[in-house]
Design a protein around this ligand. Sequence first.
Ligand code: 5RP
Length: 232
Amino acid sequence: MIWENKIATTLQWTKEISNREQKEAVAAKIAERVKDGDVIGVGSGSTSYLALLAISKKVKEQKLNVMAIPTSHEVSLACSIMGLPTSTLLNARPDWYFDGADEVDPDKNLIKGRGGAMFAEKLVMKSAPENYILVDSSKFVSFLGEKFAAPIEVDPRAINLVETELAKLGAKEVQLRMAVAKDGPVITETGNLILDVRFNKITADYEKEVKSIPGVIESGIFINYNLEILTT
Ligand code: 5RP
């Protein structure tokens, strides 16, 4: 029953994708890169979901042997529905990784994590020798933080400390991310909370300073990763 509900939720979610045409076009581009024997790290979010659909179609049609390393339960479920075998970083290394992003600056730095999966996404991205970020035209910004707050995953015990330290760093606004039903905070897959933080402009220094606050698990600020941006 839980599985049936999850599948229904996943299917419902796919109907609400913004900029769907552009995302499907870029999903088709990444599917072209798939070859037999690939171990592929799979990011989370709607663009990654559409890319996974395109990849699984090609895998079925061409009878390819491909393994996925998912970055969230949602992606694991999607892989299961699509018939793609999965593994973890404990048992396999990705040949390459793909993901979406919320913001991309001119130096290919990113804000990610609207889906709250940035911790696992960083782990898999850092483990992969090649990374492809799939974005529609709405994702390009002139500086990080122009449109989106930066998400920060925090151990629940550290929430007050982290908020105080963020204020010292000059955060303009700090919001605890709430569940869609607003009946409680979002709890990540590793049992943590998410703070959505606005700075005037997010720099590489902020990324380091935020990461050094005790209780911060990870942030959605991706600076200087080795990656290629794929767009329409
Ligand atoms: C999830 C992410 C997503 O990649 C990011 O939020 C972009 O999402 P979408 O592809 O739905 O626009 O970081 O944690």
